[in-house]
Design a protein around this ligand. Structure first.
Ligand SMILES: Cc1cc2nc3c(=O)[nH]c(=O)nc-3n(C[C@H](O)[C@H](O)[C@H](O)COP(=O)(O)OP(=O)(O)OC[C@H]3O[C@@H](n4cnc5c(N)ncnc54)[C@H](O)[C@@H]3O)c2cc1C
Length: 454
């Protein structure tokens, strides 16, 4: 499997992974095919995931700029077509308490508002007719140890106080009786407003809306070389043009948006070099549960669920009664398809629900998350305002990437965006960048110890 820390470039025209989403999503909407001639455009966007599509859609609808999107493979071939489909009011991994102590209450609230706006924007797009199988509202965070319930309850109290956020507290018994009998859950908190969708259908819906708004989307068009040309006429400021090479056509653009997130190849562009850590997340989707199996573990809910481990597990019951179960995957792309990682998830699922001991999985796949050093996403640009990016969602980007795309479009159009660190500061460079994987391995070891013993 492609490894962004090892490979110099992403090969084009790969099929979707063998995911449940690709199996049930039906037929992809039309795109504009491979780029097969040289073109000159105002704005080129690299990557047709949520970030790229949202930027293109907002540019077209709100600023009258009809961008050209270049995608190496297919729409949402990256994380946008592989994720668990949890729509949550969050992104990054930094807690609101830590934002408050670092930046103060006003900034913390500003970031919270942007996270909320992301969910609202996704809902608005869905209401335009995107059929992406939304499930019932509700996001459950389960305490994987008795001690963790205390910290969940403290979070709930803080969120109620700070944001008036409606957070329900559930004892182990209430959880088992009303939602599902997860044997490793010692109580939970439940937000009323997260929900699950089919992520690939969502992306295809954005693609359709974007093309209707005048956006051009070239799939099978990997940007495999990029340079910049400057020209100056006497008495005028020098102009730079971005030159993007794809296998069968060159794009000359005044402005370029990098929307490649965890799939950005290691030396893709100096603006993002060594500024993120791609980490694999693995998902399995089981066989459909029988009515007896559902009854045996009282799996009533289709809310989205995540636990409190440092190395988190996340799961949900899908519309056809299968369970989607996810957690960390391999460290390198080379090992990504080793069945060990899918089997490890299945084993954990069975400890959560011992009644499912004979269950097998029908689908297994993984995808690259994009971790940032400061645990926050960043939407930023170069000094010349000619190259822009939004990335670093740290595994939580289904809704916020759409808000990031909206803000990115504003930046490209020269409109002022909110004065928040996520929009006004660049991604931080990793110190000792070649050793990022060693750091990841160390974190996994620490996480294992913490989740078990601390
Ligand atoms: C297994 C998994 C589970 C997840 N679950 C959730 C979840 O439940 N909820 C949540 O909020 N977030 C989740 N996430 C994170 C979320 O999916 C991402 O944050 C989000 O999809 C990022 O979207 P994006 O458009 O920025 O990047 P991507 O969707 O990764 O798109 C990047 C695109 O760029 C293309 N590309 C790369 N290089 C080039 C090039 N040189 N030329 C042309 N194209 C190029 C790639 O082919 C790819 O399609 C999950 C991620 C994974 C992997």
């Amino acid at each position: 499997m492609y490894d962004p820390l090892i490979d110099d470039s992403l090969a084009g025209n790969s099929p979707y992974p063998n995911s449940y989403w690709a199996d049930v999503a039906g037929t992809a909407p039309e795109d504009d095919g491979q780029l097969n001639k040289d073109i000159t455009v105002d704005v080129a966007i690299i990557g047709a995931g949520y970030t790229g599509l949202s930027t293109a859609l907002h540019l077209a609808r709100e600023h009258g700029i009809k961008a050209t999107v270049l995608e190496a493979n297919r729409t949402a071939w990256g994380a946008s077509g592989r994720n668990a489909g949890f729509i949550l009011k969050s992104s990054g991994r930094k807690s609101y308490a830590s934002m408050q102590s670092q930046w103060g209450e006003e900034v913390m609230r500003g970031i919270y508002n942007e996270m909320c706006a992301g969910v609202e924007t996704v809902k608005d797009f869905i209401s335009e007719g995107i059929n992406c199988d939304p499930q019932d509202n509700g996001y459950i965070r389960v305490a994987h140890k008795p001690g963790m319930l205390k910290s969940l309850l403290a979070t709930a109290t803080l969120q109620k106080q700070m944001f008036g956020y409606d957070v329900q507290e559930l004892t182990r018994e209430q959880l088992h009786q009303d939602y599902m009998a997860d044997h490793n859950a010692y109580g939970a908190i439940r937000y009323q407003d997260g929900f699950g969708i089919n992520p690939l259908k969502l992306a295809w819906g954005y693609q359709k809306l974007a093309r209707e708004a005048g956006v051009t989307i070239h799939c099978d068009s990997p940007v495999d070389n990029w340079h910049q040309e400057s020209s100056s006429k006497p008495g005028q400021q020098s102009k730079t043009t971005q030159i993007l090479h794809t296998p069968n056509g060159i794009v000359k653009a005044k402005k370029v948006v990098i929307a490649t997130n965890g799939y950005s190849a290691k030396n893709f562009h100096p603006l993002i070099k060594s500024k993120s850590l791609p980490v694999l997340s693995q998902i399995i989707v089981t066989q459909p549960l029988t009515q007896e199996q559902i009854a045996a573990c009282n799996f009533l809910t289709s809310n989205v669920i995540m636990d409190t481990r440092a190395l988190k597990y996340y799961y949900r019951k899908l519309p056809d009664n299968r369970i989607l179960f996810g957690g960390r995957g391999a460290i390198t792309g080379k090992n990504a398809t080793d069945p060990y990682y899918a089997n490890r998830l299945l084993a954990v699922l069975k400890t959560n629900f011992p009644a499912l001991s004979s269950l097998r999985y029908d689908y297994a796949w993984s995808g690259w998350l994009c971790m940032s050093l400061d645990d926050m996403p960043h939407v930023y640009q170069n000094e010349q305002q000619s190259v822009f990016y939004a990335m670093g969602y740290c595994g939580s980007g289904v809704s916020f990437s759409v808000q990031a795309g909206k803000r990115l479009a504003e930046k490209v159009a020269g409109v002022t965006v909110p004065n928040l660190p996520i929009y006004q500061t660049p991604l931080v460079t990793f110190p000792f960048a070649p050793l990022r994987r060693v750091g990841q391995w160390g974190y996994f070891q620490y996480g294992k110890v913490k989740d078990r013993w601390l």
